[in-house]
Design a protein around this ligand. Sequence first.
Ligand code: GLY
Length: 351
Amino acid sequence: MNKEILSDSYSVFFKKNGFDNLSNHLRNKNYSKIFIHVDNNTKQYCLDLFLKKIHISNYDLIESCDGEENKNIESCLKLWQTISDKGGDRNSLIINLGGGVVSDMGGFIASTYKRGINYINVPTTLLSMVDASVGGKTGIDFGTLKNQIGTFYDPKMVVIDPEFLNTLEKNEISSGYAEIFKHSLIYDSTAYNKLINNDKPLYNLKTIYSSILTKNKIVLIDKKERKERKSLNYGHTLGHAIESYFLNSDNKLLHGEAVSIGIVLASFLSNKLFNFSIEHVNSIKNHINYVYKKIEINDDQINSIIDLLIHDKKNSHGKINFILLKDIAKPVYDVQVKTEFIKESFKYYLS
Ligand code: GLY
C-alpha cells in the first residue's frame, strides 16, 4: 500500500521512501540551483518539517501568497523574476511545497522558465495530495476563469506524507475529501461503499493511496483530457460556478466545499437524464450533508450561478458540458442539460 505509484514519466512516492528517493534524486542530478516554492502558510508550518526529512545542503526559497486569488500572472512574474535574479538556469529545480495553488502555479512557472525546467511536488494539503499534485496539469487563473492558462507538464516526482495534514484546519481536510469521494464515484465502487456510510471524511493513508491510484489510472488512459479524464470534472461544472459566485462574498467557499454541492447537483441530474439510482442520489446527498455544512442559496443566486456557467472552461461551441453518471463508476461524457433541470437540481440540494 505504501508502494510507489508509477505514472508515465514519474513516480508518486510515500512517506520515508518518498523523502529517501527525493534525497537520492537531488544527489544524482546535481542541480545548479534548487528553489523551494512555498506560500506564507507552508513557509510557517511545513518548511521546517520538510527540511528535517530530506538531505539538502543548499537551496533558495521562492514565495507566493496563499489563496486562489493569487494564482495569477502577477504572482508568476514575481516568481520568474526571483528565479532569474538568483541565477536560475536550465539545470535548476523547483520543489513545490504546498497546496494546489503552489503546485499548479509552481508547475506552470517551471514549464515555461527557459522553456521548461524540472519540478517536484510535495503536496501539503489533502486536495493537492489526491488531485492537484498528480497528473501533470499546471496553470493559473485568468480574470475570473479558473485554470485558463496552463500546460501539461509532468513533475519529476511527487512525494506524499500525510504528516503535513496535521497542520491543516478541519475545513481544509473536508475540502480535499470532496476529490477522494469524487474519485470513488467515477471509478471505484468498492471505495464508494467504504466512504458512503461514514459521517466524516475518511482520509487515512490507505484511502489517500487508493484515491491517487484511481486518478493516476484515469490520467494514464487519457492524459490530455480528450475523453476519460473529463470524468475527473464530475461535480466541477456547477462546483466551479458556485465557487466563483461566492468568491467575492462573505460566504467564501473552499474549492471542495463548492464541489461537494456540485456533486449532489450532478448526481440529481444523473438520475434525471440517465436513471442513476435515486437511492444512490439520496445517499450521496446525505453523506455530503454530514461532512459539509449546508449552504443556503436563494433563487437570485441560483440564476447568477447559472449565468457564470457559460464562462466555464469546459464549454465548447457555446454549450455547457456536464459529466454525469449512469451508475457508480460509469460516467457519461459531454452531456448538455436544460436550465430548468439545473434549477431543479438546486431545489433538490436545498430541500
Ligand atoms: N483535477 C482534474 C484533473 O487533473 O484532470
